[in-house]
Every structure is written in C-alpha cells, then in structure tokens.
Design a protein around this ligand. Structure first.
Ligand SMILES: [Ca+2]
Ligand SMILES: [Ca+2]
Length: 71
C-alpha cells in the first residue's frame, strides 16, 4: 500500500461524517473506536500542531502536512 493510500484511508477513518474535516470530537471517537485512549490534552496538542489555519478542524491538506512532518 502506498503512503498516499494509507493517508487517505486514515483520513477517511477519522472523518466520521465525511465532510472533509476532522474535528476534535471525531478524532477522539475514532481513536476510542480503535481501542486507543487519547487524552484531551494529547488531542489538543495534536490539533495545535496539525491545524495550521486554527479553525479547530483538520482538513485533508493539513492532515497530509502533519503526516509528512511525523515521517
Ligand atoms: Ca468530519
Ligand atoms: Ca484547519
């Protein structure tokens, strides 16, 4: 699987209502659905890093940029 496919698939998993934006609530729900507990402060920190335009949601380009930074 290419990185791009994995990226798109992960984004779609996190974007539970398919509106093209990941909210903190969606992120938290998706993580708990995967059995990974993430605290509010961890989510806030992830969003502070990934949400470049600071609208409180992560768009696909923001997600892709954060993914690439994480390596
Ligand atoms: Ca969404
Ligand atoms: Ca944003």
């Amino acid at each position: 699987m290419s990185t791009n496919e994995e990226l798109t698939r992960t984004f779609n998993e996190l974007d539970m209502n398919d509106d093209g934006q990941i909210t903190m609530q969606e992120f938290a729900s998706a993580m708990s659905a995967r059995g990974e507990a993430v605290s509010d402060s961890e989510i806030a920190s992830i969003f502070a890093d990934a949400d470049s335009d600071q609208d409180g949601r992560i768009s696909f380009p923001e997600f892709a940029a954060a993914w690439n930074r994480a390596g």
